[in-house]
Design a protein around this ligand. Structure first.
Ligand code: NAG
Length: 198
């Protein structure tokens, strides 16, 4: 019985990984990152991750500060969305104990809130570029919502510390939440910088 559920868990994790990895892993970054991306990323909390995740989009970012933050935010949204799918799939696993199920349910709600906030932020950010729109108002909404999204992501990761959950699910969710929260934290730094420079 225990062995069967372990194997189905492994199968679940692998099949979920196969579905999610294309959006999680970026193609290898260009050998010499663009100086614009490098210097912009230097103000973030995770500069190496910032450079490697954004370098793939160097040709569309060019040296455009708006395109830079829009790409960073879009990346954060996409990764959060992928993690939402991952957590939802983990929740379908039949061998979960009630405590595990509860932790996953809380996490699923937090990630879902996070996805909504990031998706609203991306639409709002686009308004910052529209002539006649109030830049300061829109960018401050973006800053507020992305900051709340980051809090949701961190809360979800924290729910998986301790021994409540099966080791494999726990480690895999924590690793994902950590990556997503770092990508979102970087997006927020870039947005704050963009807002201050305007
Ligand atoms: C995020 O996903 C959307 C929809 O699939 C895609 O159009 C967009 O390019 C992605 N963003 C990044 C930064 O990869």
């Amino acid at each position: 019985m225990a062995r069967i559920s372990n194997w189905s868990l492994v199968f679940l994790l692998i099949s979920t990984l196969l579905h999610i990895e294309p959006s999680l892993s970026s193609p290898s970054p260009s050998p010499s990152p663009s100086p614009f991306i490098k210097s912009s990323c230097s103000s973030t909390q995770y500069p190496a991750l910032c450079v490697s995740s954004l370098s793939v989009y160097a040709s569309s970012i060019q040296q455009d500060p708006h395109q830079l933050v829009q790409t960073a935010l879009s990346l954060s949204l996409n990764r959060t969305q992928a993690t939402k799918t991952f957590v939802a799939n983990c929740n379908k696993f039949r061998g979960l104990k009630p405590r595990e199920h509860a932790a996953l349910k809380d996490c699923a709600e937090e990630i879902s809130d996070s996805v909504d906030r990031l998706s609203r932020s991306l639409k709002e950010l686009k308004l910052c570029k529209v002539k006649g729109e109030d830049f300061t108002w829109h960018i401050s909404n973006v800053e507020t919502w992305v900051s709340s999204a980051l809090t949701d992501e961190s809360t979800c990761g924290d729910g998986f510390s301790g021994k409540a959950l099966n080791g494999k699910i726990k480690d895999s969710i924590r690793a994902r939440m950590l990556n997503v929260a770092q990508v979102t934290s970087n997006a927020l730094s870039l947005i704050n910088h963009y807002a201050a420079q305007h």
